[in-house]
Ligand binder design. Structure first.
Ligand SMILES: [Zn+2]
Length: 170
């Protein structure tokens, strides 16, 4: 039986104990980290300028700008979506959140955080409904509901889906 392709949305920090093919979806990686990049998924506009999330209230504006940015390089994005086919365990998409200073401040202020990885989850849900999107436990607990994928599973710190989530899938 063919396994369901799986993508885990997590952070550089949490991914350390997880296995699979790891990619950065950010403009910069932590020092010493040299992972392959999916730069076209980074939060930057068509000219490579950083897209800022000005505040939680302006989440819609950021989401619209990010959508526009992805459309500006849609051939790359769509090509990647079409080609998702994990060969060595899951594909892990890594961001700093919620361990960047900006995110930590957001969480102190509002208890949830906004991370573009959640929007990528929505994108995958839409274009590749056959792919199982997974959130790490930080995202499960604190990712703003507006930016969560429509459907997702949750993985533990080892990148494995907790059995209790599917207790009644008989
Ligand atoms: Zn993030």
């Amino acid at each position: 039986m063919k396994e369901t392709p799986q993508i885990i949305l997590t952070s550089f920090h949490r991914a350390r104990k997880m296995s699979g093919d790891k990619y950065s979806i950010c403009r910069f990686q932590p020092s010493g980290s040299k992972l392959p990049e999916l730069r076209f998924l980074a939060a930057e506009d068509a000219s490579g300028c950083k897209l800022l999330i000005p505040s939680r209230l302006e989440a819609d504006q950021f989401a619209a700008a990010y959508r526009q940015a992805l459309l500006s390089r849609w051939e790359l994005v769509r090509g990647w979506l079409d080609a998702i086919n994990p060969q060595n365990g899951p594909i892990l998409l890594l961001c700093w959140c919620p361990f960047s200073e900006a995110t930590k401040a957001e969480m102190r202020a509002g208890e949830t955080f906004l991370c573009h990885s959640g929007l990528i989850g929505k994108l995958i849900n839409h274009y590749r409904p056959d792919v199982q999107v997974c959130l790490d436990e930080d995202r499960e607990a604190w990712l703003d509901v507006r930016w969560r994928p429509m459907t997702y599973e949750v993985v533990n710190s080892l990148g494995i889906i907790d059995k209790q989530q599917n207790l009644f899938c008989l």
